[in-house]
Design a protein around this ligand. Sequence first.
Ligand SMILES: O=C[C@H](O)[C@H](O)[C@H](O)COP(=O)(O)O
Length: 223
Amino acid sequence: MTDRDADKRLAAVAAVKEVCDDMLVGLGTGSTAAHAIAALADRRLAIEAVATSRASADLARSLGIKVRDFAEVTRIDLAIDGADAIDADLRAVKGAGGAMLREKIVAASADRMIVISDDSKQVERLGGTKLPVEILPFGRAFVTARLSALFQRLVERADYRTDNGNIVIDGHGWDDADPAALADALMAIPGVVGHGLFLNEIDAAYIAGNGIVTRLERGRQAR
Ligand SMILES: O=C[C@H](O)[C@H](O)[C@H](O)COP(=O)(O)O
């Protein structure tokens, strides 16, 4: 295990301590979320889960966690997920693994949303990473033309479909954009079904570096 992976695991183990019996837990997607799923299974709590991807659902079930069909769920207690970049105000970019739409729905339905990461994901300001945008295949050419006005460069993921059957286009070069205005502009394009900006959903973050975990709470100082 690399140092970075060890830090991801530490952050995951710390966050999973917030889970209690009888909770319905939202399971994120990606390498850090996978550590959380394993740590949750290790705790052998009486919980149920919903998953933000088929991969996370499969992993959770393989470890003995009962996974519900999210299509039948209206609210969950706690969601734990990774991020590609996160700033001091707990605004994040997600979706490198293409799961951002389901992650957004799960985060929005959660009473509390926690991001877990190693400290390489901490940024002073968002905009330095690619921003994944999920689009309906039917709108591909139209949406791509509209997106080209918002980003310096677009890269469509080749031979790729999300779990929802959609295309992902990664937007690069949005360093100068206001994230909230960009999020609004994206969702105003017919055919865009989701994007990786999480500006209001995250309540707390557990971020690990050099073996030390720091907890950040929205609107409060690190502790
Ligand atoms: O679509 C993927 C998710 O947003 C992930 O949570 C994010 O990309 C972080 O993944 P990882 O923990 O593998 O860096």
